[in-house]
Design a protein around this ligand. Structure first.
Ligand SMILES: [Zn+2]
Length: 230
């Protein structure tokens, strides 16, 4: 357990080190002064089949890493792939953090069809813990950036009560419903090593088996960067 954790920490530090190398360019503008320009850090998305998506992620220790920078990078990565949620394991980090921005789901809807739970629903969830899930289960067609080309109806409870810290390390306990709850439940699953396809019945799973195998063999066609599995 301990050595696992150490390994994990090493990986986080190493990934952060790489992120810094890739994001900071120093431009010499004259002999003496220089500017530091932060360039967007877009991580490749980890595909179905990578073991990191099956691990239960670990809590982040306060001040152990720059969660604000990582959150920005995760948002950039998510927007580039047109996602509404992204969990750290999907960029190869086994830590309990995910970002959401459900606002684009309302953009193409008439005002009367918009989901009010998505208004201002841009957030970062760190060390989240679902305290309660209740209400009637309802189906919604889900997709996942790690499982491109597959969508399926998943049934989940209506309400979710969640405890988490934000990037300033303030603790919150909040209740969500509607599509906001849905996005949280999907992303929260990721930090527990669960994928939306796990919720499908045996028949549906069997139908998707070959498609999933293809993704894990790298046979994917996406317009965003994905990690290649060896
Ligand atoms: Zn997902």
């Amino acid at each position: 357990m301990d050595s696992d954790f150490q390994e994990q920490r090493f990986f986080i530090n190493f990934a952060q080190y790489l992120a810094v190398l890739k994001t900071i360019a120093i431009l010499l503008t004259s002999k003496s002064d220089f500017k530091i320009v932060i360039i967007q850090m877009i991580y490749p998305i980890v595909p179905y089949g990578d073991p990191i998506l099956r691990k239960v992620a670990v809590d982040i220790e306060k001040d152990s890493m720059d969660v604000k920078q990582l959150a920005e990078d995760m948002f950039d990565t998510m927007y580039t792939a047109s996602g509404v949620g992204l969990a750290a394991p999907q960029i190869g980090l086994g830590i309990r953090m995910f970002v959401v921005d459900g606002r684009p789901m309302n953009e193409d809807e008439e005002p009367k069809d918009q989901d009010s739970s998505l208004i201002d629903f841009k957030k970062v969830f760190i060390n989240a813990q679902i305290l309660e899930e209740n209400g009637e289960e309802w189906g919604f067609e889900e997709g996942c950036l790690s499982i491109p080309g597959i969508r399926a109806d998943v049934f989940r409870p209506e309400y979710v009560k969640i405890k988490y810290v934000d990037t300033d390390w303030n603790e919150h306990v909040e209740v969500y419903e509607g599509l906001a709850a849905r996005i949280i439940q999907h992303e929260y699953d990721h930090i527990d090593g669960i994928l939306f396809t796990d919720h499908l019945n045996a028949v549906k799973k069997r139908m998707l088996k070959n498609k999933l195998a293809d993704i894990s063999k790298g046979k994917v066609s996406v317009d965003y960067k994905m990690k290649l599995l060896k």
